[in-house]
Design a protein around this ligand. Structure first.
Ligand code: XMP
Length: 525
């Protein structure tokens, strides 16, 4: 790898659609580095980023609407390959002298596109008829001079065009959504054949480039990192360890609210696989004491958050005191911030944009660290790929999302040691059976919830029981903002239910949560 791959991003210009991030991900899936930039950024600034190519996203407006985001023709004349999508396609046509008109028919959702140009670069190797996902009112009625029209749909006579010489391309539909059956191939054809880019953003190259950046940022300095057992903090730690070795110290606050085996995975497997220097603070007693008598969800969350900060802060002070010398103080704090957080909080550089949702936000003023965020350019799936590349164990890399407050918010009612034990046992069975059925990657996550304040009557053996219900909450989701309950196979549900009621004392009933989000949330508290 000669040059830094991030120095020549594929820019995705966000015209205000919810699709820009998705497009950026799709570009990454072609093994090319991409960045989302707002359409309000000037063409000059965009070009100053030395883009390898530019993708213009869809957007909600008509190019003729008041205040419609405009497209500076300079962007199309700079010799940088450009691909316009939906609104971006129309904005391109408009800027280059084509005609955009109210075509009368609106097209939303599924439609069939007919490829009319047989030598097309975009559609090379694809069928002449393909299902595409549309969402437009206006349409291009006349392509700009020099553009070859490549496709039409029932509602759009000019549904795609290209000019191989100027490296300008566009489609009216949304190739980034999976309903467009050949969308990813169209995008890949643009990037690799139209723009002539090399697919080099591979896990190995990503890891190499990001590790080098961390090394440069930290120099001879020292860093600490809070490990939660989740994917992001684990991969961030592994990356920084690769960069600076034992000048990184990790802190794992065991709050006693993790699931069966998870603390061991961090304390043993992760350390063995990555060689990180780990300080474990066993604070489970402290958390239990602080949670005693509390059953209000928000109060429980606040207590867990507060205790976490206090314990982490003390551990950080101890490490800073023990590890620093006057020349090399511990001055860096590693966080697992991901690219979607960066985009959603304004996309800029610098510490001002960083969300403090990683549990170690509210550190006191006299404990100020410089942030190291080695994953801030990555999407979740890339974090996983890089994690595997860095040797992070599969059990951690493929871990489903798990809330920071842990099982504390999956016990409905007061959290006690006995209740944690019951929930851990039930959760372990559910996870074992979902794994055995090969369903782990089909579901987003499956909270298992103990209704500790509810008692249900049952009969086991010869006797009547008075136990607690366990709720299974399997959900499917793209991003946890919305979710649907997963239609798990009945036989898997039956096995989980049988095993839980047989093997876990005090549980005599297993129920399935069949609520989507909204109106429900994923977690019960
Ligand atoms: P809800 O319950 O709001 O959850 O639908 C959405 C996603 O966020 C996770 N979650 C949390 N993650 N700290 C976290 O780190 C939290 O306090 C927290 N609460 C919910 C939840 O598991 C789901 O993936």
């Amino acid at each position: 790898m000669s040059d830094n791959l991030q120095d020549h991003p594929v820019l995705v210009v966000d015209f205000g659609a919810q699709y820009a991030q998705l497009i950026a991900r799709r570009v990454r899936e072609c093994a090319l580095y991409s960045e989302v930039v707002p359409h309000t950024m000037s063409a000059e600034e965009m070009l100053a980023k030395n883009p390898a190519a530019i993708v213009l996203s869809g957007g909600p407006s008509s190019v003729y609407a008041d205040g419609a985001p405009s497209l500076d023709v300079a962007l199309l004349e700079a010799g940088v390959p450009v691909f316009g999508i939906c609104y971006g396609f129309q904005a391109m046509a408009h800027a280059l002298g084509g005609t955009v008109a109210h075509t009368g028919g609106r097209e939303y959702g599924h439609t069939m596109a007919t490829i009319t140009h047989t030598d097309s670069i975009l559609f090379d190797g694809q069928p002449a008829e393909q299902a595409v996902w549309m969402s437009h009112g206006d349409g291009v009625s006349e392509a700009p001079t020099g553009m070859t029209v490549c496709a039409r749909t029932p509602g759009a006579p000019v549904a795609a065009f290209e000019d191989a010489e100027r490296k300008l391309f566009g489609v009216q539909w949304h190739p980034e959504v999976l309903h467009s059956t050949h969308g990813q191939e169209v995008l890949r054809n643009f990037l690799l054949n139209g723009a002539g880019l090399k697919a080099e953003w591979t896990p190995a190259n990503m890891a190499e480039e990001l590790v080098a950046q961390v090394r440069e940022q930290i120099g001879e300095g020292r860093a600490i990192c809070g490990l939660s057992g989740g994917v992001d903090s684990s991969v961030a730690a592994a990356m920084v360890q690769k960069a600076i070795g034992d000048r990184l110290t990790c802190v794992f606050v065991d709050h006693g609210l993790l699931r069966a085996g998870e603390a061991e995975q961090v304390k043993e497997d992760f350390v063995a696989a990555t060689g990180v220097d780990l300080v474990v603070v066993d604070a489970s007693e402290r958390f239990l004491e602080a949670l005693a008598g509390q059953s209000d969800p928000e109060t429980k969350r606040k207590i867990i958050g507060r205790e976490f900060i206090r314990v982490f802060e003390q551990a950080a002070r101890d490490i800073v005191g023990a590890e620093s010398d006057s020349e090399h103080p511990v001055e860096f704090l590693v966080q697992g911030t991901l690219y979607p957080d960066v985009v959603e909080s304004g996309g800029g550089t610098g510490a001002a944009n960083i969300k403090s949702h990683h549990n170690v936000g509210g550190l006191p003023d006299d404990l100020q660290f410089k942030l190291v965020e080695p994953l801030r350019a990555l999407f979740k799936d890339e974090v996983r790929q890089v994690g595997l590349e860095l040797g992070v164990p599969d059990s951690i890399v493929w871990r489903q999302p798990f809330p920071g407050p842990g099982l504390g918010i999956r016990i409905i009612g007061e959290v006690t040691a006995e209740r944690l034990e019951i929930l851990r046992a039930a959760d372990k069975i559910a996870r074992e059976e979902l794994t055995a059925a090969g369903l782990d990657r089909d579901i987003w996550q499956c909270p298992v919830v103990l209704l500790a304040d509810v008692r249900s009557v049952g009969v086991q053996g010869d006797g009547r029981t008075y136990g607690h219900p366990i709720v299974l909450r399997p959900v499917s989701s793209e991003d946890a903002m919305t979710a649907d309950w997963t239609r798990l196979p009945y036989d898997v549900l039956a096995t989980i239910s049988n095993r839980i009621t047989n093997e876990v004392s005090d549980v005599n009933r297993v129920v399935l949560d069949v609520t989507s989000k909204p109106p429900g949330t994923i977690e019960w508290e």
